[in-house]
Design a protein around this ligand. Sequence first.
Ligand SMILES: Nc1nc2c(ncn2[C@@H]2O[C@H](COP(=O)(O)OP(=O)(O)OP(=O)(O)O)[C@@H](O)[C@H]2O)c(=O)[nH]1
Ligand SMILES: [Mg+2]
Length: 362
Amino acid sequence: MKIGIVGLPYVGKTSLFNALTQSEAETGTYAAKKGWNIGSVKVPDERLAALAGIFNPKKVTPTSIDYVDVPGVAKGDIAREGLEASVIAELREVDALAHIVRVFEDDAVPHVDGDVDPKRDSETIDIELAFADLGIIDNRLDRLSRELRTQKIPALEHERVVLERCKDTLEGGTAIRELPLSPEDERAIRGYGFLTQKPLLLILNIGEAELDSAEARRASFAEYAQTRQIEIITLSASLEMEIARLDAEDAEIFRAEMGLNASAPARVIEASYRTLELITFFTIVSDQLQAWTLKNGMTALDAAAAIHTDMARGFIRAETIHWADLVDCGGLTKARDDGLLRLEGKDYTVSDGDVLTIRFNV
Ligand SMILES: Nc1nc2c(ncn2[C@@H]2O[C@H](COP(=O)(O)OP(=O)(O)OP(=O)(O)O)[C@@H](O)[C@H]2O)c(=O)[nH]1
Ligand SMILES: [Mg+2]
């Protein structure tokens, strides 16, 4: 899973990236504007520790999330191609976007549009993302109308109808995310990776001295977020970057002193999971305990495919137990003896926290 961090220039994108991935990428207003940073974070999961407690596995593999930190996008950048095409192409590949909005006041950090105005700024980015999608749609519609003049191809006709709807939606100031699309419609445009179709997290970068205003800030964005179906997180990126440099114990003490409750990276990761509607399942195979992600609603066969295509091809059944039941009874053998392992077929809908043992032959 990959999440792209976007926002205006100098709003704290790289600071947050460093906090999330424990990196030391260059921050500050003179950082190079080219290219992007990619880093990975292991998803903390208490269930893994509990399961490891009964299995003593040789290896424990958590899931991970990749974060991509791209250069800032200023008003008009997309229209005048001020942002490298490779950056946009990279963003088209991500599963979700985290949009950072500057709330912090700091005279030492300039603002591209003169002053700090979180609402205006978040709308600026909405518009830039919409422009990026419209550019692709217009090009494609041109091509399609030429192709469809000479021959009638139903799939292309359908694609044209869906793209026209996307275009109208964007021109009306709404993201493609909010456009109801059937699964067929969805398939017709999936390949374009439209930026405004991606799940979005809104991250308000509150100044370290103003953190007690976080709730009020969040409330001021409640309506904005609700109409756009997005989640809001508040944090201070530069403070989180400092905390990420401390060891776990000092970080805990520091958070307590600052009156910060849950760690911001953990909140961003949790929100990423919710936004993407992901669940976690676990496997225990030859001394290895591993966590995997799956889209909510997916089946045991999808879970098998996530592990290995051979497993999906030769799928027989999935022996299934909820992680807490397994921890309670103390092991898979005991669970099997006690009749706690359920035998599920390929259509079984996997639940968050399931431990699966996939039986298959190849
Ligand atoms: N006071 C304060 N300054 C911050 C905060 N977050 C970021 N900054 C400062 O803002 C400047 C820009 O931070 P970056 O993290 O490099 O911002 P960016 O969005 O990656 O910038 P570009 O990549 O150039 O678009 C740095 O000088 C940071 O120290 C914050 O929460 N409080
Ligand atoms: Mg940066």
